[in-house]
Design a protein around this ligand. Structure first.
Ligand code: NAD
Ligand code: UDP
Length: 359
Protein backbone atom coordinates (compact mmCIF):
# COMPACT_ATOMS: atom_id res chain seq x y z
CA UNK A 1 0.00 0.00 0.00
CA UNK A 2 1.31 3.43 -0.93
CA UNK A 3 1.89 5.41 2.27
CA UNK A 4 4.15 8.09 0.85
CA UNK A 5 3.09 11.65 1.64
CA UNK A 6 4.44 14.92 0.33
CA UNK A 7 4.52 17.43 3.17
CA UNK A 8 4.80 20.99 1.88
CA UNK A 9 5.92 23.39 4.59
CA UNK A 10 7.05 20.38 6.60
CA UNK A 11 9.99 22.26 8.14
CA UNK A 12 7.64 24.71 9.90
CA UNK A 13 6.01 24.69 13.30
CA UNK A 14 2.99 22.48 12.63
CA UNK A 15 4.72 20.60 9.80
CA UNK A 16 7.60 19.32 11.96
CA UNK A 17 5.24 17.99 14.63
CA UNK A 18 3.07 16.38 11.99
CA UNK A 19 6.08 14.70 10.35
CA UNK A 20 6.83 13.01 13.66
CA UNK A 21 3.22 11.86 14.05
CA UNK A 22 3.08 10.63 10.45
CA UNK A 23 6.29 8.67 10.86
CA UNK A 24 5.00 7.08 14.06
CA UNK A 25 1.80 6.10 12.22
CA UNK A 26 3.79 4.33 9.51
CA UNK A 27 3.63 6.93 6.74
CA UNK A 28 6.69 7.73 4.59
CA UNK A 29 7.31 11.43 4.31
CA UNK A 30 9.00 13.73 1.85
CA UNK A 31 9.30 17.32 3.08
CA UNK A 32 9.16 20.14 0.54
CA UNK A 33 9.93 23.58 1.96
CA UNK A 34 11.67 26.76 0.80
CA UNK A 35 12.84 27.49 4.37
CA UNK A 36 11.41 31.02 4.13
CA UNK A 37 10.13 30.72 7.69
CA UNK A 38 12.02 27.71 9.02
CA UNK A 39 15.48 26.23 9.25
CA UNK A 40 17.47 23.15 8.40
CA UNK A 41 18.02 22.71 12.12
CA UNK A 42 14.32 21.96 12.52
CA UNK A 43 14.65 19.20 9.92
CA UNK A 44 17.78 17.86 11.66
CA UNK A 45 15.95 17.67 14.95
CA UNK A 46 12.99 15.85 13.45
CA UNK A 47 15.45 13.36 11.92
CA UNK A 48 16.99 12.77 15.33
CA UNK A 49 13.58 12.35 16.98
CA UNK A 50 12.38 9.81 14.42
CA UNK A 51 15.76 8.08 14.26
CA UNK A 52 16.27 8.36 10.51
CA UNK A 53 17.13 11.00 7.93
CA UNK A 54 14.27 13.04 6.50
CA UNK A 55 13.77 13.05 2.76
CA UNK A 56 13.97 16.81 2.27
CA UNK A 57 13.60 18.89 -0.88
CA UNK A 58 14.41 22.59 -0.64
CA UNK A 59 11.94 24.11 -3.05
CA UNK A 60 9.17 26.63 -3.50
CA UNK A 61 5.58 25.58 -4.18
CA UNK A 62 5.41 28.29 -6.86
CA UNK A 63 8.20 26.54 -8.76
CA UNK A 64 6.27 24.04 -10.90
CA UNK A 65 9.41 22.48 -12.35
CA UNK A 66 10.87 21.71 -8.95
CA UNK A 67 7.53 20.33 -7.74
CA UNK A 68 7.21 18.14 -10.85
CA UNK A 69 10.64 16.69 -10.15
CA UNK A 70 9.42 15.66 -6.70
CA UNK A 71 6.46 13.84 -8.29
CA UNK A 72 8.75 12.19 -10.84
CA UNK A 73 11.08 11.00 -8.09
CA UNK A 74 8.36 9.76 -5.71
CA UNK A 75 4.98 8.06 -6.03
CA UNK A 76 2.78 9.90 -3.55
CA UNK A 77 -0.51 8.80 -2.07
CA UNK A 78 -1.31 12.37 -1.20
CA UNK A 79 -0.14 15.77 -0.07
CA UNK A 80 -0.39 17.58 3.25
CA UNK A 81 -0.10 21.21 2.33
CA UNK A 82 1.22 23.41 5.15
CA UNK A 83 3.37 25.72 3.02
CA UNK A 84 2.17 29.28 3.35
CA UNK A 85 2.82 32.64 4.94
CA UNK A 86 0.84 33.26 8.10
CA UNK A 87 1.40 36.71 9.62
CA UNK A 88 -1.88 38.62 9.54
CA UNK A 89 -0.24 42.06 10.00
CA UNK A 90 2.34 41.44 7.30
CA UNK A 91 -0.42 40.30 4.93
CA UNK A 92 -2.03 43.73 5.27
CA UNK A 93 1.16 45.50 4.20
CA UNK A 94 2.18 42.89 1.59
CA UNK A 95 -1.07 41.53 0.13
CA UNK A 96 0.47 40.61 -3.24
CA UNK A 97 3.11 38.51 -1.54
CA UNK A 98 0.43 36.68 0.46
CA UNK A 99 -1.87 36.02 -2.50
CA UNK A 100 1.08 35.01 -4.64
CA UNK A 101 2.56 32.64 -2.07
CA UNK A 102 -0.60 31.19 -0.57
CA UNK A 103 -3.03 31.24 -3.49
CA UNK A 104 -0.85 31.07 -6.63
CA UNK A 105 1.45 28.61 -4.87
CA UNK A 106 -1.49 26.34 -4.06
CA UNK A 107 -2.78 26.52 -7.64
CA UNK A 108 0.65 25.49 -8.92
CA UNK A 109 0.69 22.61 -6.45
CA UNK A 110 -2.81 21.47 -7.50
CA UNK A 111 -1.87 21.61 -11.19
CA UNK A 112 1.17 19.45 -10.61
CA UNK A 113 -0.86 17.04 -8.47
CA UNK A 114 -3.44 16.73 -11.25
CA UNK A 115 -0.69 16.15 -13.81
CA UNK A 116 0.62 13.22 -11.77
CA UNK A 117 -2.86 12.03 -10.84
CA UNK A 118 -2.37 12.51 -7.12
CA UNK A 119 -5.71 13.84 -5.98
CA UNK A 120 -5.66 13.47 -2.21
CA UNK A 121 -4.99 16.67 -0.32
CA UNK A 122 -5.10 17.86 3.27
CA UNK A 123 -4.89 21.63 3.42
CA UNK A 124 -4.00 23.89 6.38
CA UNK A 125 -6.98 26.15 6.66
CA UNK A 126 -7.86 28.24 9.67
CA UNK A 127 -10.68 29.27 11.97
CA UNK A 128 -10.00 32.73 10.61
CA UNK A 129 -12.23 31.82 7.63
CA UNK A 130 -15.22 32.13 10.00
CA UNK A 131 -14.54 35.84 10.62
CA UNK A 132 -16.68 37.12 13.48
CA UNK A 133 -18.81 34.07 14.25
CA UNK A 134 -22.57 34.44 14.58
CA UNK A 135 -22.79 31.59 17.06
CA UNK A 136 -20.57 29.53 19.34
CA UNK A 137 -19.25 26.93 19.25
CA UNK A 138 -18.41 27.34 15.56
CA UNK A 139 -19.32 24.39 13.38
CA UNK A 140 -18.26 23.76 9.81
CA UNK A 141 -21.52 25.05 8.35
CA UNK A 142 -20.98 28.53 9.82
CA UNK A 143 -20.79 31.32 7.30
CA UNK A 144 -17.34 32.38 6.17
CA UNK A 145 -15.89 35.84 5.69
CA UNK A 146 -12.48 37.40 6.18
CA UNK A 147 -11.20 40.90 6.67
CA UNK A 148 -7.46 40.60 6.03
CA UNK A 149 -5.40 39.27 3.10
CA UNK A 150 -4.08 36.29 5.08
CA UNK A 151 -7.61 35.15 5.90
CA UNK A 152 -8.74 35.90 2.36
CA UNK A 153 -5.93 33.75 1.00
CA UNK A 154 -7.16 30.79 3.10
CA UNK A 155 -10.78 31.39 2.12
CA UNK A 156 -9.85 31.76 -1.56
CA UNK A 157 -8.00 28.45 -1.48
CA UNK A 158 -11.05 26.84 0.15
CA UNK A 159 -13.22 28.19 -2.69
CA UNK A 160 -10.75 26.86 -5.25
CA UNK A 161 -10.84 23.44 -3.61
CA UNK A 162 -14.65 23.46 -3.59
CA UNK A 163 -14.75 24.32 -7.30
CA UNK A 164 -12.17 21.66 -8.04
CA UNK A 165 -14.21 19.01 -6.22
CA UNK A 166 -17.28 19.98 -8.26
CA UNK A 167 -15.37 19.90 -11.53
CA UNK A 168 -13.86 16.46 -10.99
CA UNK A 169 -15.16 14.10 -8.36
CA UNK A 170 -12.00 12.08 -8.15
CA UNK A 171 -10.42 14.78 -5.96
CA UNK A 172 -10.43 14.23 -2.18
CA UNK A 173 -9.84 17.55 -0.48
CA UNK A 174 -9.86 18.05 3.28
CA UNK A 175 -9.26 21.57 4.56
CA UNK A 176 -8.54 21.32 8.27
CA UNK A 177 -9.59 24.51 10.00
CA UNK A 178 -7.16 24.95 12.88
CA UNK A 179 -8.17 26.95 15.90
CA UNK A 180 -5.19 28.25 17.96
CA UNK A 181 -2.23 25.84 17.78
CA UNK A 182 0.19 26.20 20.69
CA UNK A 183 2.64 24.01 22.64
CA UNK A 184 5.67 22.09 21.51
CA UNK A 185 6.99 18.54 21.26
CA UNK A 186 7.35 17.05 24.77
CA UNK A 187 11.06 16.43 24.12
CA UNK A 188 11.65 20.20 24.06
CA UNK A 189 13.53 19.73 20.78
CA UNK A 190 11.03 21.29 18.38
CA UNK A 191 8.57 24.12 18.79
CA UNK A 192 7.43 27.44 17.45
CA UNK A 193 10.30 29.73 16.51
CA UNK A 194 9.00 33.16 15.49
CA UNK A 195 11.45 35.17 13.38
CA UNK A 196 10.68 38.43 15.05
CA UNK A 197 8.70 39.71 18.01
CA UNK A 198 5.80 37.25 18.21
CA UNK A 199 2.35 38.33 17.04
CA UNK A 200 0.56 35.47 18.76
CA UNK A 201 -0.25 35.21 22.41
CA UNK A 202 1.46 31.99 23.55
CA UNK A 203 4.92 32.70 22.08
CA UNK A 204 4.68 36.23 23.45
CA UNK A 205 3.86 34.98 26.95
CA UNK A 206 6.70 32.46 26.85
CA UNK A 207 9.22 35.10 25.73
CA UNK A 208 8.12 37.32 28.61
CA UNK A 209 8.47 34.38 31.00
CA UNK A 210 12.00 33.62 29.80
CA UNK A 211 12.98 37.29 30.10
CA UNK A 212 13.37 38.09 26.39
CA UNK A 213 10.48 40.55 26.41
CA UNK A 214 9.67 42.87 29.32
CA UNK A 215 5.89 42.57 29.50
CA UNK A 216 2.80 41.39 27.74
CA UNK A 217 0.32 43.87 26.30
CA UNK A 218 -3.18 42.46 26.59
CA UNK A 219 -5.32 43.76 23.76
CA UNK A 220 -8.57 44.77 25.43
CA UNK A 221 -10.24 43.95 28.75
CA UNK A 222 -13.73 45.06 27.81
CA UNK A 223 -14.90 42.11 25.71
CA UNK A 224 -18.14 40.37 26.68
CA UNK A 225 -16.22 37.35 28.02
CA UNK A 226 -15.59 35.74 31.40
CA UNK A 227 -12.96 38.34 32.41
CA UNK A 228 -13.14 40.91 29.61
CA UNK A 229 -10.18 39.49 27.66
CA UNK A 230 -10.38 37.58 24.37
CA UNK A 231 -11.31 33.89 24.43
CA UNK A 232 -9.73 31.36 22.07
CA UNK A 233 -9.67 27.61 21.53
CA UNK A 234 -6.02 26.71 22.16
CA UNK A 235 -5.04 23.31 20.85
CA UNK A 236 -1.79 21.45 21.51
CA UNK A 237 0.27 21.13 18.35
CA UNK A 238 0.80 17.40 18.92
CA UNK A 239 -2.98 16.90 19.12
CA UNK A 240 -3.23 18.90 15.91
CA UNK A 241 -0.56 16.69 14.33
CA UNK A 242 -2.61 13.61 15.29
CA UNK A 243 -5.60 15.25 13.63
CA UNK A 244 -3.68 15.16 10.33
CA UNK A 245 -2.89 11.49 10.77
CA UNK A 246 -6.58 10.84 11.47
CA UNK A 247 -7.58 12.79 8.34
CA UNK A 248 -5.10 10.86 6.24
CA UNK A 249 -6.25 7.53 7.68
CA UNK A 250 -9.82 8.53 6.88
CA UNK A 251 -8.87 9.49 3.36
CA UNK A 252 -7.12 6.18 2.83
CA UNK A 253 -10.03 4.23 4.22
CA UNK A 254 -12.65 6.08 2.19
CA UNK A 255 -10.89 6.08 -1.09
CA UNK A 256 -9.51 2.54 -0.78
CA UNK A 257 -6.77 3.43 -3.16
CA UNK A 258 -4.05 0.84 -3.24
CA UNK A 259 -1.67 2.75 -5.46
CA UNK A 260 -1.63 5.84 -7.58
CA UNK A 261 -0.05 6.10 -10.97
CA UNK A 262 -0.01 8.25 -14.04
CA UNK A 263 -2.84 6.07 -15.37
CA UNK A 264 -6.17 7.85 -14.75
CA UNK A 265 -8.03 4.59 -14.16
CA UNK A 266 -5.78 3.46 -11.35
CA UNK A 267 -7.15 6.15 -9.04
CA UNK A 268 -10.85 5.69 -9.70
CA UNK A 269 -12.48 6.07 -6.33
CA UNK A 270 -14.78 3.71 -4.52
CA UNK A 271 -15.97 6.63 -2.37
CA UNK A 272 -15.09 10.12 -3.38
CA UNK A 273 -14.74 12.58 -0.53
CA UNK A 274 -14.91 15.75 -2.58
CA UNK A 275 -14.53 18.84 -0.41
CA UNK A 276 -14.72 18.05 3.30
CA UNK A 277 -13.85 20.87 5.73
CA UNK A 278 -13.18 19.83 9.33
CA UNK A 279 -12.47 21.89 12.44
CA UNK A 280 -9.49 20.96 14.58
CA UNK A 281 -10.06 22.47 17.98
CA UNK A 282 -10.73 21.32 21.52
CA UNK A 283 -14.23 22.80 21.79
CA UNK A 284 -13.17 24.73 24.86
CA UNK A 285 -12.50 28.44 25.20
CA UNK A 286 -9.73 29.93 27.38
CA UNK A 287 -9.30 33.65 28.01
CA UNK A 288 -6.05 35.57 27.68
CA UNK A 289 -5.89 36.08 31.45
CA UNK A 290 -6.58 32.38 32.10
CA UNK A 291 -3.73 31.44 29.79
CA UNK A 292 -1.37 33.91 31.46
CA UNK A 293 -2.26 32.47 34.88
CA UNK A 294 -1.77 28.87 33.69
CA UNK A 295 1.60 29.69 32.14
CA UNK A 296 2.76 31.58 35.21
CA UNK A 297 1.87 28.62 37.43
CA UNK A 298 3.60 26.04 35.26
CA UNK A 299 6.75 28.11 34.68
CA UNK A 300 6.85 29.55 38.19
CA UNK A 301 7.61 32.89 36.57
CA UNK A 302 5.92 36.21 37.09
CA UNK A 303 4.44 37.40 33.79
CA UNK A 304 4.05 41.16 33.89
CA UNK A 305 1.25 42.49 31.73
CA UNK A 306 -0.75 45.62 31.12
CA UNK A 307 -3.99 46.28 29.31
CA UNK A 308 -3.96 48.23 26.08
CA UNK A 309 -6.72 48.92 23.60
CA UNK A 310 -8.24 46.21 21.45
CA UNK A 311 -6.23 45.01 18.44
CA UNK A 312 -7.91 45.92 15.14
CA UNK A 313 -9.70 42.98 13.60
CA UNK A 314 -9.80 40.88 16.80
CA UNK A 315 -13.01 39.16 17.84
CA UNK A 316 -14.22 38.52 21.40
CA UNK A 317 -14.57 34.74 21.42
CA UNK A 318 -13.78 31.88 19.12
CA UNK A 319 -14.03 28.18 19.87
CA UNK A 320 -14.80 25.12 17.82
CA UNK A 321 -17.46 22.56 17.67
CA UNK A 322 -15.18 19.51 17.47
CA UNK A 323 -18.02 17.06 16.76
CA UNK A 324 -17.37 16.53 13.07
CA UNK A 325 -13.75 15.55 13.69
CA UNK A 326 -14.90 13.20 16.43
CA UNK A 327 -17.64 11.60 14.33
CA UNK A 328 -15.82 11.33 11.02
CA UNK A 329 -12.15 11.12 11.91
CA UNK A 330 -12.54 9.46 15.32
CA UNK A 331 -10.18 12.12 16.59
CA UNK A 332 -10.35 14.45 19.54
CA UNK A 333 -7.85 16.68 21.29
CA UNK A 334 -6.58 15.13 24.51
CA UNK A 335 -4.09 17.56 26.00
CA UNK A 336 -4.94 20.28 28.50
CA UNK A 337 -4.00 23.93 28.83
CA UNK A 338 -1.48 22.87 31.49
CA UNK A 339 0.14 20.44 29.00
CA UNK A 340 0.26 23.22 26.41
CA UNK A 341 1.97 25.61 28.84
CA UNK A 342 4.36 22.95 30.16
CA UNK A 343 5.55 21.92 26.71
CA UNK A 344 5.84 25.51 25.49
CA UNK A 345 7.86 26.37 28.57
CA UNK A 346 10.18 23.38 28.14
CA UNK A 347 10.83 24.32 24.50
CA UNK A 348 11.31 28.02 25.35
CA UNK A 349 13.64 27.46 28.27
CA UNK A 350 15.70 24.81 26.47
CA UNK A 351 15.90 26.98 23.32
CA UNK A 352 15.70 30.63 24.40
CA UNK A 353 16.84 31.69 20.92
CA UNK A 354 14.83 29.09 19.05
CA UNK A 355 16.74 27.04 16.48
CA UNK A 356 19.33 29.83 16.11
CA UNK A 357 20.97 28.98 19.39
CA UNK A 358 21.84 25.45 18.33
CA UNK A 359 25.43 24.45 17.71
P1 NAD B 1 5.28 28.00 9.64
O1 NAD B 1 5.61 29.32 9.04
O2 NAD B 1 6.05 27.57 10.81
O3 NAD B 1 5.38 26.86 8.52
C1 NAD B 1 5.09 27.10 7.19
C2 NAD B 1 6.23 26.52 6.37
O4 NAD B 1 5.97 26.76 4.98
C3 NAD B 1 7.58 27.18 6.67
O5 NAD B 1 8.52 26.16 6.93
C4 NAD B 1 7.91 27.95 5.41
O6 NAD B 1 9.31 27.99 5.18
C5 NAD B 1 7.16 27.15 4.35
N1 NAD B 1 6.78 27.92 3.17
C6 NAD B 1 6.14 29.12 3.11
N2 NAD B 1 5.96 29.47 1.83
C7 NAD B 1 6.48 28.49 1.07
C8 NAD B 1 6.59 28.30 -0.33
N3 NAD B 1 6.18 29.22 -1.21
N4 NAD B 1 7.15 27.16 -0.78
C9 NAD B 1 7.62 26.23 0.10
N5 NAD B 1 7.57 26.38 1.42
C10 NAD B 1 6.99 27.50 1.90
O7 NAD B 1 3.72 28.02 9.95
P2 NAD B 1 2.83 26.98 10.76
O8 NAD B 1 2.40 27.64 12.00
O9 NAD B 1 3.52 25.66 10.84
O10 NAD B 1 1.56 26.90 9.82
C11 NAD B 1 1.43 25.90 8.82
C12 NAD B 1 0.20 26.20 8.01
O11 NAD B 1 -0.94 26.24 8.88
C13 NAD B 1 0.24 27.55 7.29
O12 NAD B 1 -0.36 27.41 6.03
C14 NAD B 1 -0.60 28.44 8.18
O13 NAD B 1 -1.21 29.49 7.47
C15 NAD B 1 -1.66 27.45 8.70
N6 NAD B 1 -2.22 27.85 9.99
C16 NAD B 1 -1.40 28.13 11.04
C17 NAD B 1 -1.95 28.53 12.25
C18 NAD B 1 -1.05 28.88 13.41
O14 NAD B 1 -1.52 29.54 14.33
N7 NAD B 1 0.20 28.46 13.45
C19 NAD B 1 -3.35 28.62 12.40
C20 NAD B 1 -4.15 28.31 11.31
C21 NAD B 1 -3.58 27.91 10.09
N1 UDP C 1 -3.31 38.83 22.43
C1 UDP C 1 -2.90 39.75 23.37
N2 UDP C 1 -1.59 40.16 23.34
C2 UDP C 1 -0.71 39.70 22.42
C3 UDP C 1 -1.14 38.76 21.47
C4 UDP C 1 -2.45 38.35 21.50
O1 UDP C 1 -3.68 40.19 24.22
O2 UDP C 1 0.45 40.12 22.44
C5 UDP C 1 -4.71 38.34 22.48
C6 UDP C 1 -5.50 38.65 21.22
O3 UDP C 1 -6.09 39.94 21.32
C7 UDP C 1 -6.52 37.51 21.22
C8 UDP C 1 -5.77 36.34 21.86
O4 UDP C 1 -4.68 36.93 22.56
O5 UDP C 1 -7.62 37.83 22.05
C9 UDP C 1 -5.21 35.35 20.84
O6 UDP C 1 -4.43 36.08 19.89
P1 UDP C 1 -3.50 35.33 18.83
O7 UDP C 1 -2.86 36.40 17.97
O8 UDP C 1 -2.62 34.37 19.52
O9 UDP C 1 -4.54 34.45 17.98
P2 UDP C 1 -5.76 34.91 17.05
O10 UDP C 1 -6.06 36.35 17.33
O11 UDP C 1 -5.27 34.70 15.68
O12 UDP C 1 -6.86 34.01 17.42
Amino acid sequence: MNKKILVTGGAGYIGTHTCIALHAAGYDIVVYDNLSNSSREAINRVSILIGQPIDFIEGDIRDAESLRQAFVDHRFFGVIHFAGLKAVGESVTKPLLYYNNNVSGTITLLEVMRQYNVKNLIFSSSATVYGDPKFLPIDESSSRSCTNPYGQSKLTVEHILEDLAVSDESWNLIPLRYFNPVGAHPSGQIGEDPNDIPNNLMPYISQVAVGKLPKLSIFGNDYPTIDGTGVRDFIHVTDLAQGHVAALDYLKQQTSIEEHGSDEKSSDKKNSIGFLPINLGTGKGTSVLELVAAFSKVSEQNIPYHFVSRRAGDIASCYASADKAKDMLKWRAKLSITDMCQDTWRWQSMNPNGYDGSI
